[in-house]
Design a binder for this molecule. Structure first.
Ligand SMILES: Nc1ncnc2c1ncn2[C@@H]1O[C@H](COP(=O)(O)OP(=O)(O)OP(=O)(O)O)[C@@H](O)[C@H]1O
Ligand SMILES: [Mg+2]
Length: 315
């Protein structure tokens, strides 16, 4: 996949404080990249630079083919940004808010503008409430309206700063599902800052973890697991277990250990790479006359991986 954002040594200082410290990374076209890190790590500052809301102190970035700093107005047309505190006009209705921001993005044709706004309000299930003032909206509804607003000019890139912060589980799920649809069906490229590691686990193709302004690691979840030597356990439930089956599992390349859980009638097999080893393990066990009832792969969660990597980085 080609990169749609390329940041090179991106740096931001506030006085003598280095908030973002020589960050180099790519966001690939069509992917959801999670930007994770503790409070104050520099996530918001990074996306503010990419959206040309603030300028970098050093380094550069190319966003959808345009260098930030050189042509901020063009860059802003290519990104939709949801900030930590979405600024909506509370005294205006949903429709009036959308109309205001659409005009600010130069959508001047009345028919096209109202069609686009209708399409978005329907997508975000806000059409019925279009004539209500935003002040009467719940937090989740405001958040959905703020995302709709970020999409009004059809930018290929969405920069979302904690879109589910402060939402109840139901609204969080709704926003998460909408992000999934935007990514998978509408083909947006999304850079997602979040503290909700379960959201990141469900949505992101890759994640980048930053700490104190510096990059700790970037990769797919499996790449991160390998980095911390995260244990992957394949649980194979069998009708009956005998020593031949245990030996058969041990024989597979990449198997580090086989434990027998007699009461559960289960083999617990420690491996580095589940995709490579699972089919071979199952084949060997079946060949040794094992009757396989179920196979389950247990992987460390993103939360475990994240906490370990941040702890190591902070040493
Ligand atoms: N305008 C500013 N002036 C001075 N310092 C700032 C400014 N904006 C951000 N900072 C500092 O830069 C650092 C990074 O802040 P940033 O908001 O990017 O962190 P973050 O990763 O988004 O954190 P959080 O998870 O809490 O939202 C913090 O120490 C913050 O105090
Ligand atoms: Mg932030």
């Amino acid at each position: 996949m080609t990169p749609i954002i390329k940041a090179n040594e991106l740096t931001k200082t506030f006085g003598s404080y280095i908030a973002v410290n020589h960050l180099t990374f790519e966001v690939r076209e069509g992917e959801v990249l999670g930007l994770l890190g503790p409070n104050g790590a520099g996530k918001t500052t990074t996306i503010r630079m990419l959206a040309c809301l603030i300028s970098p102190s050093e380094g550069s970035a190319i966003v959808a083919g345009n260098k930030i700093g050189e042509n901020p107005l063009v860059v802003r047309q290519t990104v939709g940004i949801l900030t930590e505190t979405p600024s909506l006009y509370e005294r205006l209705t949903a429709l009036e808010n959308m109309d205001f921001f659409a005009k600010a993005y130069n959508l001047l044709d009345d028919h096209k503008r109202s069609e686009r706004i209708k399409e978005l309000l329907i997508f975000f299930s806000l059409w019925e409430r279009r004539n209500d003032k935003v002040v009467t909206f719940s937090k989740g509804m405001k958040q959905k309206l703020a995302i709709a607003r970020a999409l009004v000019h059809k930018p290929p890139i969405l920069l979302l700063d904690e879109p589910t912060a402060g939402l109840d589980p139901e609204s969080s799920k709704e926003v998460r599902d909408l992000m999934k649809t935007l990514s998978q069906q509408e083909k947006y490229t999304i850079l997602l800052c979040t503290h909700h590691l379960k959201d990141a686990e469900k949505l992101c193709n890759r994640v980048m973890i930053i700490n104190k302004g510096k990059s700790v690691i970037t990769g797919t979840l499996d790449e991160l697991r390998n980095k911390i030597n995260g244990q992957i356990i394949i649980q194979v439930a069998l009708k009956k277990i005998n020593s031949k089956m245990v030996e058969a599992a041990k024989k597979v390349d990449g198997v580090k250990r086989v434990d027998v859980d007699k009461p559960a009638s289960m083999l617990k097999i420690l491996v580095n790479d589940a995709e490579l080893t699972t089919p071979l393990i199952v084949k060997n066990i079946v060949d040794s006359k094992g009757l396989v009832l179920s196979v389950n792969v247990l992987r460390p969660s993103l939360e475990e991986v994240y906490l370990k990597l941040i702890k190591e980085d902070s040493k």
